[in-house]
Design a protein around this ligand. Structure first.
Ligand code: GLC
Length: 753
């Protein structure tokens, strides 16, 4: 096995992505150890070392209108730009599938130039009585064009600058501008109205009534249509943001689909789940109910079944240039040396050998997930069109999957390179021009220092939201150690960031928990990385005396001893064990722990996300072991089917489901209604003498919230900072309080005015 070790502290954050499912295919991957004999490449094939070229760049074409429209004379240079983009003759070539947009030139302002959304809203409603006249339609169109032209003008110079810096290809940039206009034109009036509303509202996703839920469509309701039928339940859960796990077309064989993260067609829904029309219909219904939809945009790679990959495999040079093909073992060796591995045990190596071409293709994740080559502007442009196409189906939040990996450069570690930030920044601007209502959510599972730059700067933002992954992992470390010191440091670091930086907070997601903790700090307290990882993994498997958790390791590396962990929140809190033992007292504690952890997530600034099933305390699902396509991927333990039978218990007083469901609902209501939970409230942690007590303070106006969490197996008496009148937000009681008795794993939300 060829291995490259990462610097301490970043190791397992990268590794957070491995899975056991690839054991079968892993053998196919090349490693540095393999010495290949070079054979002649198939005629017409190219290798990755060749510079990618824009396709079909042959004959001159007029400069596309949309690009022209936004050009200003002697535009000011964007501040971040370092060198002048090489000026290219305006239109040397016509890109293959450019769609020239004729009417993109900015309309001269007229009386009819109302906001496009408002103008577009009117006519459709009363089609029978008042059909819009030609003049009205023309006016609406003019108004809409003006909005686009203004948005494009706002970003054009910076966008062009960055594009030219990366690709130095004016024709492809012109094509991009034309396509942006086309997607803008195709956006429905309703979506444009939503864009306008959200543009006016500002950062709409930061409202404290936002609550997300992450779900697999098939597990939750079978199909997209099924999800639509369950919207009432979703609303009953107070949820107004649904993250639908990957639903685009993917190989039917689950051992080649990575749970849908191997996309074979970005414009087609997996037929097992429905159609693109079903999706657009669901989005529409959701919008009527004030619910937003989030989807994964897997832009680092495609499935080997994607048309581009199939054509590349057939030796078509143009398509090979959309991936990284390598013949030279020296290059493979260098990547192996410099680039950390995503799946070190189950899918080692960075390349997969294709005998039909006698070449290797880069596959950083699984051998069936081919890394896209963003050095090729055709790849960037086409992927942006896919993004806009999906946004136009009514998606509100685009989760950019595995974003740190998208730019590769021999001689670097191929993570978080500056070109990645250029691409994300361009994507942000493209979104703001075409569909400003949408939100980019970055999946950056990296050390904290690498995460924050994905927000960009306040002036030049990149992602709107990022996963708070380190806080999540540190939370579970805190549960296992019953020591809040590291968590406090982590929370204070996050609380200290600009308020515009919005994190997505969660206890569990669909992936494993990688122990990407701050080991430099832990070392000061006597906790060493290797032994500590073993400790937390033992604890959560229930091997440590006193541990009530149940779950399984993931991608355990027998050489390094490294491993990550999989289980549902409820199982990690002890609900599975207590249920199995029929131990009511243990169940009380487990439910208290589960609710307390949710209260703690709700106390953080940002957007909380619940994993579907957590609202009723669903435990681990071991049936994946019986499915040969899933058996080797222990992440399926926490990806079980939603149990609708069990969910009926939310109406039965005293059941586990009712206790958790009602408790969460109450907390969500408080969070929504109390200004101290607002995104702009100040927040910090308070030093307290007992290291198993986490104390978060939030302040808004003259109100102060003391949110105190007992991360201990023992009851504690805590002292309020000053005797005074406090309102317990959960019990509703207002009284003079000096001390509070807190059972093990309980919390209080005390409001002081
Ligand atoms: C993301 C997903 C993970 C998947 C990987 C590869 O990290 O969360 O489930 O395996 O991307 O696409």
């Amino acid at each position: 096995m060829a291995e490259t070790k990462k610097p301490a502290g970043t190791q397992d954050t990268d590794q957070t992505k491995s899975t056991a499912a690839a054991t079968k295919t892993a053998a196919k991957k090349t490693t540095a150890a393999r010495t290949k004999t070079a054979a002649t490449a198939k005629a017409g094939t190219k290798t990755a070392t060749e510079a990618p070229k824009a396709t079909a760049a042959k004959k001159p074409a007029a400069k596309p209108a949309a690009a022209k429209a936004a050009e200003k004379p002697a535009a000011a240079k964007p501040a971040a730009a370092k060198k002048a983009p090489a000026a290219k003759p305006a239109a040397k070539a016509k890109a293959a599938d450019a769609v020239a947009t004729k009417e993109a030139a900015p309309a001269k302002a007229t009386a009819a130039a109302k906001p496009a959304a408002a103008a577009a809203k009117k006519p459709a409603a009363k089609r029978t009585s008042t059909r819009p006249t030609k003049a009205q339609l023309a006016a609406a169109k003019e108004a809409a064009d003006k909005v686009f032209a203004e948005r494009l003008a706002r970003h054009h110079d910076e966008l062009r600058w960055l594009y030219m810096e990366l690709y130095d290809n004016g024709d492809m940039f012109a094509e991009l501008c034309d396509q942006m206009k086309r997607f803008y034109d195709e956006r429905t009036p309703k979506l444009r109205a939503l864009d306008a509303e959200r543009e006016a509202a500002g950062a709409w996703y930061r409202a404290s009534d936002m609550l997300g839920m992450q779900m697999y469509i098939d597990n939750f309701a079978g199909t997209i249509k099924g999800v639509e039928k369950k919207l009432n339940y979703i609303q009953q859960c107070n949820v107004n943001y649904i993250h639908l796990m990957p639903f685009l077309d993917t190989p039917a064989d689950k051992s080649r689909s990575d749970g849908g993260y191997a996309v074979s067609d970005f414009r087609r829904v997996n037929p097992e789940l429905g159609t693109m029309d079903d999706l657009a219909h669901l989005a529409d219904k959701c919008h009527d109910k004030g619910i937003s939809l989030c989807m994964d945009f897997v832009m680092n790679h495609t499935s080997e079944d994607h048309e581009w990959a199939r054509r590349a495999r057939a030796g078509e040079g143009e398509y090979m240039n959309r991936y990284f093909f390598v013949k030279d073992q020296g290059i493979i060796d260098q990547y192996t040396r410099d680039v950390p591995q995503v799946f070190p045990t189950t899918a080692p190596g960075h390349f997969t050998y294709l005998p039909e071409l006698d070449q290797c293709v880069m596959t950083q994740f699984y051998p069936y997930q081919w890394d896209l080559n963003y050095k090729n502007p055709r790849v960037f442009n086409e992927m942006m069109y896919n993004f806009l196409f999906l946004a136009n189906q009514g998606m509100d939040i685009i989760r950019i999957d595995a974003v740190p990996y998208i730019w590769k450069q021999l001689g670097t570690n191929c993570r978080n390179l500056k070109q990645v930030h250029t691409i994300v920044r361009m994507m942000r601007m493209i979104g703001e021009i075409v569909c400003p209502g949408i939100v980019l959510l970055g999946e950056v599972v990296m050390a904290p220092v690498e995460v924050v730059p994905y927000f960009g700067t306040v002036e030049k933002p990149e992602c709107h939201m990022l996963y708070n992954v380190t806080t999540m992992a540190t939370t579970w470390h805190t549960v296992a150690c019953r020591d809040v010191r590291l968590l406090r440091q982590q929370l204070d670091a996050v609380f200290g960031l600009p308020r515009e930086y919005t994190f997505l907070n969660y206890l569990r997601c669909h992936d494993d928990i990688g122990w990407g903790l701050d080991y430099d700090t832990l070392k000061q307290w006597g906790m060493e990385e290797v032994s500590h990882k073993k400790y937390v993994n033992d604890y959560f498997q229930g091997f440590t005396p006193g541990s009530v958790s149940r779950g399984e390791l993931y991608n355990a590396d027998p050489v390094t001893g490294d491993a990550r962990f999989c289980a549902t929140t409820a199982s990690m809190c002890g609900i599975e064990a207590a249920g199995f033992e029929g131990n009511e007292e243990a169940m009380d504690t487990a439910i208290r722990k589960d609710v307390m952890l949710h209260a703690y997530v709700f106390t953080q600034s940002g957007l909380p996300i619940i994993y579907s099933g957590d609202e009723i305390g669903q435990v681990n699902d071991y049936t994946y072991k019986e499915d040969p396509e899933k058996a080797e991927d222990s992440r399926y333990i926490h990806r079980g089917k939603f149990d609708w039978e069990l969910s009926k218990n939310i109406k039965k007083k005293g059941t586990v489901q009712e206790r958790i469901f009602d408790a969460l609902k109450q907390l969500e209501g408080i969070r929504r209604d109390e200004p101290v939970f607002g995104a702009d409230a100040e927040a910090w942690t308070k030093d307290y003498s007992d290291t198993s007590i986490l104390w978060i303070v939030r302040r808004a106006g003259n109100e102060t919230l003391h949110a105190v969490f007992n991360f201990s197996d023992d009851a504690k008496t805590i002292w309020m900072p000053e005797a005074g009148i406090y309102t317990n937000l959960v019990t509703g009681e207002t009284a003079e309080v000096t001390t509070v008795d807190m059972p093990a794993w309980s919390f209080i939300w005390m409001l002081q005015k």
